[in-house]
Design a protein around this ligand. Structure first.
Ligand SMILES: Nc1ncnc2c1ncn2[C@@H]1O[C@H](COP(=O)(O)OP(=O)(O)OP(=O)(O)O)[C@@H](O)[C@H]1O
Length: 748
C-alpha cells in the first residue's frame, strides 16, 4: 500500500474541497492503480517524479511519486483546478538541498526548467555576486557566502541581500522553501548565522552527487524529509484518521503538524533532569508542552504523565488541545494511573491528599509537619479524610490579632506573601522557628518584635482554620508535598511532570511538583515566561530542589502575533526589569514575529461615554467583517469593568458575551478580564480602560513595602503584555482621560 506524505502547502485546502481531497487520498493510500484516480506523469515537467491525479471532473491533485524497495511513497503537494494544476505540476521540483541534504520543494520558472537535473545538483556560489551586500542582512554582518553556506537558494540569497527592511524580506518569502524563509526572518531580526545554523540543525551533509537508480534516489529524498527543518514542510500521515485530521486542521491546526525545528528539539530530546523552556508570549511553549506530553506517552505507553498549569481554565484548554493533537493518546482522569493526567496545580494537590486518604494512609503526620502539633485537633483526629479547601481571610486574622504590627504591615497581601513564601515552605510551626527563619527576597526587614506580631496573626488564622476544618490552597500543596516526601519510598504518583505557565506558580506548588516525581531523566519539563507573571511572586527554582543548571532554552519566534502588535507589547515591557526562575535577567529584545499586519490603533477619549461609543463602533466594524464574532474580544482590568462594558455596549445595541470561568462559546464577541484571557487568543482584541489610575483598589494593599509595590506594578505591566499579545491580527488600545503611565514607553 502506498505511503502518503502531506506537505504544508497540501494541507492548506479550501473548505469546499477538503472532503474530496480526503476521499482521493484515502483511495490513493489503498491502491495507486485504483481506476478513476488517473495517477499520471506530465509531459515536459521540471521533475519527472511529478504526477497528477483526478480528484473530480474539475480538480486535479499534484503529487510526487517516489518508488521504494517495497512501498511507493506519494508526496501530496495540493489540489487545483485542472489547468492550474497542470501548470503547477510542470514547475514544481522535489529535491535534496545540495548543501545540507534537506528535502525541499521548489518552483522553477520556465527558463530554468531546461537546466534542472532531476535529482541532485550542487549549486556553486557565483563569485561575481559575492560583493552585493545591501542593507538589512548586511547590517547584521550577513554575507552571500554565509547564506549559501547555510543552504539558502542562490537566487533567494541574492535577493534577500538586496532588501532594506523586514517588509521587503517578507515580500520575498511567499514562494520560498519554508525553512529557508524562517531562517532568513531570523537573520533579518539579528540572530547570528551560527545560531540559525544551530536552530535549524544545518550541518553540512554529504549529498550523493548522482543517483544510481530511481529507488535509491527516492530513498535519499525520503531520508531528507526526516531532517528537522524538512519537517516544517513534510509529515507522514500514519493512517487515514491522521490524514483526515491534517486536512481538517488546515491553517488553524498547523501547530499540530508543522513544528519549528527548535520546537521539535524540545519535544523529542531527553534531559538528565529538570528542563526549563522559556519564551515570549505566542512562541509556542504550550505547543511544545503538548507535543512533548504526547511524545512521552508514545515512547512510554505505561508511564504516568502529569500535565499541569496554574488554573483549572488553563488545564481545560490544555486537555481540549491535546485531544486535537492526538485523540488516541492514553489519558486518565486519575492521579497515579498510566496515561496523561491533566489538571490545575491546586486540584493536583487535593488529588494527592484524596488518593492518600483512599489508600488508608494517615495524613495527620503530614499536617502536623506543616501546621504544627496543634493542627492534630478537630480537623484531623479520628479521620483520614483531608480537610476541606477553604480559607480564613487574613483580614479577619489581622483584625483579631494584628494590632501589634505596624500599620503598613497590617496588610492581607503582606501576610499572604510571608505565609506562602517563608512560613509554609520552611515548615515553620513554632514562634521560635520563625524567629530563626531566613527570609531571602522578602524585601521587608522583620526584627524579633515584628516577627512575634506576625506569628500571632498566623496563629490566630490557624486556630480559626482548625475550628472551621479548612486548609487553604497553599497549605494543601505544602501538606501534599510533605506527604509525598515522607512516603516516597513506597512509590510516587508520577513518572513525568510537565508544567505550563510556570512563572505563576508559588513556592509550595514547586515543592509539590518536586515531590511528585523522583529525580531521573525527563522528570520535570517547565514552560514559563517571566514577562507573563501575573499572579505569583518571584521564585528561584533552586530553592526547591529543582536544579536546572545548563538545561534551559528559549523560544524566540512568535507564531501568534504580528510584528507590529508584538513591537507594541514589547515596548510595554521595556519599562520594567525582569528576572527568570533561575534568577537571571530576562531580555525582551530577542523576540520576533513571522507575520506582519496593521499597526495597533492606540488612542484615548475624553470620557467613558465616548470610549464606549468608540468601542461599539469598532466592534461593530470588526463584527461585520467576520463570520466568527467569538474571535473578537474586549479585555478589561476587572470584573466590575467587564460588566460595565457589557452593559454599555448593550445600551448601544451591541450584544456581547461576558466570559468568566466558562468556555468561550461561538456567536458573539467576548468581554473578559485580562487575567481570564491568559492562555487564550483572538483574531482582534481591544484593550479597554487603560487609564491612569485604573489599577484596582485591592492592589493598594501591596503598598506595605517599596519592593512589594514595585513588584505589583511589574505584574500590572505583565498583565498588559499578556493582554496585548492575545491578538493574532489586530490590536486596539483605548482609555478615557489620561493614559496609564504603564503605556508611556509604548505610545511615544
Ligand atoms: N509550529 C507552529 N506552527 C503553526 N502555528 C504554531 C506553531 N507553534 C505555535 N503556533 C501557534 O502559535 C500560537 C501560540 O502558541 P502557544 O499558545 O503554544 O504559545 P505560548 O508560547 O504558549 O503562548 P503564551 O505564553 O502567550 O500562552 C498558537 O496559535 C499556536 O497554534
Amino acid at each position: 500500500m502506498p505511503i502518503i506524505v502531506m506537505t504544508k502547502q497540501g494541507s492548506k485546502l479550501d473548505a469546499s474541497i477538503k472532503k474530496k481531497a480526503y476521499s482521493f487520498l484515502e483511495k490513493l493510500a489503498e491502491d495507486d492503480t485504483t481506476l478513476g484516480l488517473h495517477i499520471e506523469p506530465i509531459q515536459n515537467s521540471a521533475d519527472p517524479k511529478v504526477r497528477t491525479g483526478r480528484v473530480d471532473q474539475a480538480y486535479r491533485a499534484v503529487l510526487f511519486r517516489l518508488p521504494g524497495e517495497q512501498e511507493t511513497t506519494y508526496v501530496f503537494y495540493g489540489i487545483w483546478m485542472h489547468d492550474d494544476a497542470i501548470a503547477i505540476a510542470k514547475k514544481v521540483v522535489l529535491e535534496l538541498n545540495p548543501v545540507n541534504g534537506i528535502t525541499e520543494i521548489r518552483t522553477v520558472e520556465p527558463a530554468e526548467i531546461s537546466k534542472v537535473t532531476p535529482v541532485v545538483t550542487a549549486r556553486v556560489p557565483d563569485q561575481r555576486t559575492i560583493t552585493q551586500q545591501p542593507a538589512l542582512l548586511a547590517a547584521h554582518g550577513v554575507t552571500l557566502p554565509d547564506l549559501l553556506d547555510l543552504g539558502i537558494d542562490q537566487n533567494l540569497a541574492e535577493n534577500a541581500l538586496q532588501v532594506t527592511d523586514e517588509d521587503g524580506l517578507e515580500a520575498l518569502l511567499s514562494d520560498a522553501v519554508e525553512w529557508q524563509g524562517m531562517a532568513l526572518i531570523e537573520l533579518g531580526a539579528g540572530t547570528s548565522v551560527t545560531d540559525v545554523r544551530d536552530h535549524f540543525s544545518l550541518t553540512k551533509h554529504a549529498v550523493p552527487a548522482t543517483s544510481t537508480s530511481p529507488v535509491s534516489a527516492s530513498a535519499a529524498i525520503v531520508a531528507g524529509m526526516s531532517h528537522p527543518a524538512a519537517q516544517m514542510t513534510f509529515a507522514y500521515a500514519a493512517n487515514n484518521d491522521e490524514l483526515r485530521r491534517i486536512i481538517e486542521g488546515g491553517d488553524f491546526g498547523a501547530w499540530r503538524v508543522w513544528l519549528h525545528p527548535e520546537q521539535r528539539r524540545y519535544v523529542d530530546k531527553t534531559w538528565n533532569g529538570p528542563f526549563r523552556l522559556s519564551g515570549g508570549a505566542g512562541t509556542g511553549k504550550t505547543v511544545v508542552v503538548l507535543h512533548r506530553a504526547a511524545e512521552l506517552a508514545r515512547r512510554h505507553p505505561h508511564a504516568r504523565i502529569i500535565l499541569t498549569t496554574f488554573t483549572t481554565n488553563l488545564a481545560t484548554a490544555l486537555s481540549t488541545q491535546l485531544n486535537h493533537l492526538d485523540p488516541t493518546l492514553p489519558r486518565t482522569q486519575n492521579l497515579a494511573e498510566p496515561g496523561i493526567h491533566i489538571t490545575g496545580i491546586d486540584a493536583l494537590a487535593s488529588a494527592v491528599l484524596r488518593n492518600a486518604a483512599r489508600a488508608g494512609q494517615d495524613l495527620s503526620e503530614d499536617i502536623i509537619a506543616v501546621l504544627g502539633s496543634e493542627a492534630a485537633g478537630s480537623a484531623v483526629t479520628g479521620s483520614n479524610a483531608p480537610t476541606r479547601i477553604g480559607g480564613v481571610s487574613w483580614r479577619d486574622a489581622l483584625d483579631v490579632a494584628g494590632s501589634a504590627l505596624p500599620p503598613e504591615l497590617q496588610s492581607e497581601s503582606f501576610m499572604a506573601a510571608e505565609y506562602g513564601s517563608v512560613i509554609l515552605p520552611n515548615l515553620i510551626t513554632t514562634r521560635e522557628q520563625y524567629y530563626r527563619a531566613r527570609r531571602p527576597g522578602r524585601g521587608v526587614a522583620l526584627d524579633r518584635g515584628r516577627r512575634k506580631a506576625v506569628w500571632e496573626v498566623v496563629q490566630a488564622r490557624r486556630a480559626q482554620a482548625r475550628i472551621d476544618g479548612v486548609h487553604d490552597f497553599a497549605e494543601t500543596s505544602a501538606i501534599a508535598a510533605a506527604h509525598l516526601r515522607r512516603t516516597a519510598d513506597t512509590g510516587l504518583p508520577a513518572d513525568h511532570v510537565l508544567v505550563d505557565e510556570g512563572q505563576d506558580l508559588s513556592a509550595t506548588h514547586w515543592q509539590l511538583l518536586r515531590a511528585l516525581v523522583a529525580e531521573h531523566p525527563d522528570d520535570l519539563f517547565i514552560a514559563e515566561d517571566s514577562h507573563q507573571r501575573i499572579y505569583g511572586r518571584r521564585i528561584v527554582l533552586s530553592q526547591f530542589g529543582i536544579r536546572i543548571v545548563g538545561r534551559s532554552q528559549r523560544l524566540t519566534l512568535n507564531y501568534r502575533t504580528t510584528a507590529e502588535n508584538l513591537a507594541f507589547a514589547l515596548r510595554v515591557l521595556s519599562g520594567g526589569s525582569y528576572t527568570d526562575l533561575e534568577e537571571t535577567a530576562e531580555d525582551s529584545t530577542a523576540y520576533r514575529s513571522a507575520r506582519r499586519g496593521k499597526s495597533p490603533a492606540i488612542g484615548g477619549r475624553d470620557s467613558l461615554r465616548s470610549e464606549l461609543d468608540h468601542t461599539a463602533t469598532l466592534l461593530q466594524t470588526w463584527s461585520d467583517a467576520t463570520d466568527a464574532p467569538e474571535t473578537l474580544a474586549v479585555l478589561v482590568r476587572d470584573r466590575f469593568q467587564r460588566d460595565r462594558v457589557v452593559n454599555g455596549l448593550a445600551e448601544r445595541g451591541l450584544a456581547v458575551r461576558a466570559v468568566d470561568r466558562e468556555e468561550i462559546k461561538p456567536g458573539q464577541p467576548v468581554v473578559m478580564t485580562m487575567h481570564r484571557a491568559k492562555g487564550t487568543e483572538f483574531s482582534k482584541v481591544l484593550l479597554f480602560g487603560i487609564n491612569e489610575g485604573s489599577i484596582p483598589a485591592g492592589l493598594k494593599d501591596e503598598k506595605y513595602s517599596d519592593d512589594a509595590w514595585n513588584d505589583a506594578l511589574l505584574r500590572e505591566r505583565s498583565l498588559l503584555y499578556v493582554a496585548a499579545t492575545r491578538a493574532r491580527d489586530e490590536l486596539a488600545v483605548t482609555w478615557s482621560g489620561d493614559a496609564s503611565s504603564l503605556l508611556s514607553a509604548a505610545t511615544e
